[in-house]
Design a protein around this ligand. Structure first.
Ligand SMILES: Nc1nc2c(ncn2[C@@H]2O[C@H](COP(=O)(O)OP(=O)(O)OP(=O)(O)O)[C@@H](O)[C@H]2O)c(=O)[nH]1
Ligand SMILES: [Mg+2]
Length: 387
C-alpha cells in the first residue's frame, strides 16, 4: 500500500479545481472561467486499486488557490493557503495551461529576491497584465525551486491546442527546472488522468491510508454549500462583484432521519434541508447588483444554487439568502480569517457563533420554492484529519 499528499500548484485559471474534481469523480471544488475562484485549499481523496505490477494507493490531492500577485489581505491569505499546501506534501503537480503558455514569448528565469511577487513594479513598455503574468510565472518557479520532493509538470487543456505546440512549451519549462515527469492532460475531457495516477503511485512512499476508504474530501457539506452559492455569484455577476463577495452558511438544519428514505418516483416527499446563508459584499452598489431589480438577481442566484445543493444533498432544500455590506472586508485580516472554513468548523465545534460583529444591513430574500432532488450524489463525511 502506498499513500501520500499531492499538492496541485499553478497560476489562476490553470484548471486545478477541474483536475481535482475529475480525479475524485465528484464536484468538491467550484470551477469558473474567472481567475481566483478558489480561496481555500481543499483535499480530495482518491483510492487507486492494485493492478498487475502496480501497488494499491490512497492519494490525497490538495487543490490550492492560484498563485497571484497579492493586493489585499484576502490575497495574502490565499497565498498562505498555497504555502501551507506546499509544506506537507509528498509530490507537487505544477499545472500549466497549454493554451495560455503557448501564446507567451518566454517564461522568465526565476527571480532571486524573496518577495518579488509583492514588490516588483511592472515595466512601462509591457501591459500590466502581461507583466503580472510573467512575474507570477517566475514566482511559481521560485516556489518549486525550494521543494525537496518530486515535481510533475502537468500540462492541461491540451484539447485546446495542436500537439505541435506542446514540445516547445515542455522544452522551455524543462530548461528552468528538472521535473520528475512531464504529463500532458485535459482535465475537462478527462484525458490522460489514468496515466497521471499511475505515475503518481510510482513516486508515493509506502504507507497506510490517511483517511477512511470511503471518504473523498475533508470539506464538510456545509462549506461546499457556501461555495456552490459563491460559484453562482461568480457566474452571474461581473466586474468587481465576484471578487468582493463571500458566502457564509449561518444555519444548516438537516432533516430528521426518516425510517424509510423516499425513492425517486415513489411519490413520497423527500426530506427538507433548511439553509440560511449570508452573502457579504463591500459596498452598497455591489449589494444593489447582487439583489437586482425587484430581487431578481438574488432570486436567480438562489434558484440555481438550490438546484445544485439539492443534487448534492439528495434532499429538497429551502435556501434563504441575505446580502450584507461589510465595508472593505478584503482588507480586514480578522474578517478574512473568519471566512476560512477550517476556522468556522472549529467555531462550530466549540459552539461559538462566527458573526458577533455582523453588520445589520440585511435584505430579506425572495423565498425559494422547494423542489424535488435531482439525483443522489455521495455525501462527504465531515471528519478531518489534518497533517
Ligand atoms: N478546454 C479546457 N478547459 C479547461 C480544462 N480544465 C479547466 N478548464 C477551464 O478553465 C477554467 C478554469 O478552471 P478552474 O478549474 O476553475 O481553474 P483553477 O486553476 O482552479 O482556477 P483558480 O481557482 O482561479 O486558481 C474553467 O473555465 C474550466 O472549465 C481543460 O482541460 N480544457
Ligand atoms: Mg480553483
Amino acid at each position: 500500500m502506498r499513500s501520500g499528499f499531492v499538492s496541485i500548484l499553478g497560476r489562476p485559471n490553470a484548471g486545478k479545481s477541474t483536475l481535482l474534481n475529475a480525479l475524485i469523480g465528484e464536484k468538491i471544488a467550484i470551477v469558473t472561467n474567472k481567475p481566483q475562484t478558489t480561496r481555500n485549499r481543499i483535499q480530495g481523496i482518491v483510492e487507486v486499486p492494485a493492478r498487475k505490477g502496480r501497488n494499491a494507493a490512497q492519494i490525497v490531492f490538495v487543490d490550492t488557490p492560484g498563485v497571484h500577485r497579492p493586493g489585499s489581505q484576502l490575497d495574502r491569505r490565499m497565498m498562505q493557503e498555497v504555502y501551507e499546501a506546499l509544506e506537507s506534501r509528498d509530490i507537487v503537480i505544477l499545472l500549466v495551461d497549454a493554451a495560455r503558455h503557448s501564446e507567451l514569448p518566454e517564461v522568465p528565469a526565476p527571480v532571486s529576491a524573496g518577495q518579488a511577487l509583492e514588490t516588483t513594479p511592472p515595466k512601462k513598455n509591457r501591459s500590466r497584465r502581461a507583466e503580472n503574468e510573467s512575474i507570477e510565472d517566475a514566482f511559481v518557479l521560485q516556489l518549486i525551486q525550494k521543494l525537496d520532493c518530486p515535481v510533475f509538470l502537468v500540462i492541461n487543456k491540451i484539447d485546446l491546442v495542436v500537439r505541435a505546440t506542446l514540445l516547445p512549451l515542455i522544452e522551455r519549462f524543462s530548461a528552468l527546472y528538472s521535473f520528475a515527469e512531464v504529463i500532458p492532460i485535459s482535465a475537462r475531457k478527462k484525458d490522460g488522468l489514468d496515466g497521471l495516477l499511475m505515475k503518481l503511485v510510482e513516486y508515493l512512499p509506502k504507507g497506510e491510508r490517511y483517511f477512511p476508504k470511503d471518504q473523498f474530501t475533508d470539506q464538510p457539506e456545509r462549506f461546499l454549500v457556501a461555495e456552490l452559492i459563491r460559484e453562482r455569484i461568480l457566474l452571474e455577476t461581473g466586474e468587481e462583484v465576484p471578487y468582493a463577495s463571500a458566502v457564509v452558511v449561518e444555519r444548516f438544519e438537516e432533516p430528521e432521519p426518516v425510517a424509510k428514505p423516499a425513492r425517486a418516483g415513489s411519490g413520497a416527499k423527500l426530506p427538507l434541508t433548511r439553509i440560511s446563508a449570508v452573502i457579504y459584499c463591500e459596498r452598497s452598489g455591489q449589494k444593489a447588483i447582487l439583489i437586482g431589480k425587484g430581487g431578481s438577481k438574488l432570486k436567480s442566484i438562489g434558484a440555481a444554487a438550490r438546484k445544485e445543493i439539492e443534487s448534492l444533498l439528495g434532499t429538497r432544500v429551502y435556501l434563504e439568502l441575505h446580502v450584507i455590506v461589510e465595508e472593505n472586508w478584503r482588507e480586514s485580516r480578522y474578517f478574512v480569517d473568519s471566512l476560512d472554513w477550517r476556522k468556522q468548523l472549529e467555531g462550530l465545534a466549540s459552539g461559538k457563533p462566527r458573526s458577533e460583529e455582523k453588520a445589520d444591513v440585511t435584505q430579506s430574500p425572495p423565498r425559494g420554492k422547494p423542489a424535488r432532488a435531482l439525483q443522489k450524489v455521495g455525501t462527504a463525511t465531515p471528519a478531518t484529519r489534518a497533517r
